[in-house]
Design a protein around this ligand. Structure first.
Ligand SMILES: [Mn+2]
Length: 433
C-alpha cells in the first residue's frame, strides 16, 4: 500500500433497531445488535485511518425506530466526525424519510447525505485541498421506486476517479426498489459502484466498474448466510481497485452439508458433526469477532443407518456441544437427506422392475452396458438432443455455452435417474413389508 492510495470503508443495510432473528433467549444480549457491529465498524475505520466511510442506505430499520436508530447511529457518526473521517451516506427504502432527518439533526461537519429526494448529487473527497475522488450518490425519495435512478443520472465525467453510491436492486427487472441493470452501471464513468439493499454481501461485477453489495454488517436472519462485515476498498494512483471484507459480524447463519457415507452407527454421527462444525468455524472466521453460529445441518450420502438417523435426529442434536472454542453453537435443525445403502448385486437377482434397474446401474457403473440396454441409452440421447435443439436454448447454443449432448452425457443422466428410481422402488418395497 502506498501513501497515494485512497482507502474507503464501506458498509450498508445496518437496519439499526432490528435484532437478528433466532438468537436463543439466554444469549440474546445487546452484543448481537447491529448497533454493536456498527460500533466495531467505526473503530476499524479509525484504526485503519481510512480516507472515507460509505454507508449505502437502510441505516434505520423503519420510521418508528427513529430514536433507537438515532442513538445507535449517532455514537459512531460522532466518533468518525471527531476523527475527521468523512462519512458519505444515502437513504434507502427503509429510511428514505428517517435518515435525512437524522443527518440534519446530528448536524456534523463530516457527515454527508447525498441525493436527497431522488436527485443525483456529487461530493468530492479532498486531500491537502485538492479533490481526489468524486462520490456520486442518490437517495430514495419514497418507500418504492419503480424506475431506474439512472434515467435521471447526468453528472458530468470529472478528471478524478468517481465512485457511485446507490441503494437499488441490481438486475431484477420489475423490482419496486429502484431496479437497475449491470449495463447501466457499465455506461457510467464510475470506477466503482457501492450498492445497498441486498443483505447478502458480494462482488456483483468484477471490474469496470467494480460493483459491490457490502451487505448488512451483522447477519440478521438465516436467509443472510455466510460471512458478514464491512469492506475496505483501496484505490491506487492508477485507479486500480482492491477490496477485502472484514468479518466483524458476531452472528453467522449457515447451512452445513455433511456427508456421512460409510458411517453405519448413528452414535458416531454427533462426534463427526462436532468435528465438522469446529473445522468450519476455524476456517470461516479469522478475526475472532464471531460469538454465535446458528447452523442448519443436512446429512447426505449413503448409509445403512439411514432409517436410524431419521428416527434419532433429535437425540443427535441433543448430543452436540453448545460451544466451539469461544463461539456459541446452536443447531437449528438437522435434515436427513441420506440414502439407504443398497446392495445392487442382491437386488439385481430376480425379474421385477427393481432387478432391472439394479442391473442397469451395475452395468452403467462398470462402463460397458450390454446390448440389452443400448436402445435405452440411444432413446435417452435422442431425447436430450431434441431438448437441446428447442428454441429455449437458442441463445446459449449460439454463444456455445452448451455443447450438443453426447453418449457419455446420456449415460450419466441415466445413472442419476436410475439411482433415484432405485431408491424409490426400494423404499416402496420396504413400506410394503
Ligand atoms: Mn433496502
Amino acid at each position: 500500500m502506498s501513501d497515494d492510495d485512497i482507502t474507503i470503508l464501506c458498509t450498508g443495510d445496518l437496519h439499526l433497531g432490528r435484532h437478528p432473528s433466532r438468537i436463543p433467549e439466554r444469549l440474546g444480549g445487546p452484543e448481537f445488535s447491529p448497533k454493536a457491529v456498527w460500533r466495531k465498524t467505526v473503530q476499524r475505520a479509525i484504526d485503519r485511518d481510512v480516507d472515507a466511510v460509505v454507508v449505502t442506505g437502510d441505516v434505520a430499520d423503519r420510521e418508528n425506530r427513529y430514536f433507537e436508530a438515532y442513538g445507535a447511529f449517532e455514537d459512531g457518526a460522532i466518533r468518525l466526525d471527531e476523527a475527521e473521517i468523512p462519512t458519505i451516506t444515502i437513504a434507502g427504502n427503509h429510511d428514505f424519510d428517517v435518515l435525512p432527518r437524522i443527518v440534519k439533526d446530528l448536524d456534523l461537519e463530516n457527515l454527508h447525505l447525498l441525493g436527497e429526494n431522488g436527485t443525483w448529487e456529487r461530493w468530492s473527497l479532498e486531500r491537502e485541498g485538492d479533490p481526489i475522488v468524486n462520490f456520486d450518490g442518490w437517495s430514495f425519495p419514497d418507500e418504492h421506486v419503480y424506475d431506474s435512478p439512472f434515467d435521471e443520472y447526468n453528472l458530468p465525467e470529472g478528471d478524478i476517479p468517481c465512485i457511485g453510491v446507490l441503494h437499488a436492486e441490481l438486475d431484477s427487472r420489475g423490482s419496486q426498489y429502484a431496479p437497475v441493470q449491470s449495463s447501466e452501471l457499465r455506461n457510467t464513468h464510475a470506477i466503482a459502484w457501492l450498492l445497498g439493499h441486498i443483505h447478502s454481501p458480494g462482488i456483483r461485477i468484477d471490474s469496470d466498474p467494480v460493483t459491490l453489495y457490502p451487505g448488512s454488517p451483522q447477519a440478521l436472519d438465516p436467509g443472510e448466510s455466510g460471512r458478514h462485515g464491512p469492506w475496505i476498498l483501496t484505490v491506487d494512483a492508477d485507479g486500480a481497485i482492491a477490496h477485502e471484507q472484514i468479518p466483524l459480524a458476531s452472528v453467522r447463519y449457515d447451512q452445513l452439508k455433511v456427508d456421512v457415507t460409510g458411517v453405519n452407527d448413528p452414535q458416531a454421527v454427533a462426534p463427526l458433526l462436532s468435528d465438522e462444525i469446529h473445522d468450519y468455524i476455524q476456517s470461516s472466521s479469522s478475526v475472532g469477532a464471531l460469538d454465535l453460529f446458528l447452523a442448519r445441518v443436512c446429512l447426505t450420502g449413503r448409509t445403512n443407518a439411514h432409517t436410524a438417523l431419521t428416527e434419532q435426529r433429535q437425540t443427535i442434536r441433543e448430543q452436540l456441544g453448545t460451544k466451539t472454542g469461544s463461539v456459541d453453537v446452536r443447531i437449528e435443525s438437522i435434515d436427513i437427506e441420506t440414502q439407504p445403502e443398497v446392495d445392487l448385486k442382491t437386488r439385481a437377482e430376480g425379474d421385477d422392475a427393481l432387478a432391472y434397474v439394479a442391473n442397469l446401474l451395475l452395468e452403467l457403473e462398470n462402463g460397458a452396458p450390454s446390448d440389452e440396454y443400448e436402445p435405452l441409452i440411444k432413446n435417452s440421447l435422442d431425447a436430450m438432443r431434441q431438448t437441446h435443439r428447442t428454441n429455449a436454448y437458442n441463445i446459449l447454443r449460439r454463444e456455445s455455452d452448451i455443447d450438443q449432448p453426447n453418449r457419455d452425457d446420456a449415460v450419466s443422466v441415466l445413472k442419476r435417474e436410475a439411482q433415484v428410481l432405485l431408491d424409490t422402488l426400494v423404499n416402496q418395497k420396504e413400506a410394503e413389508r
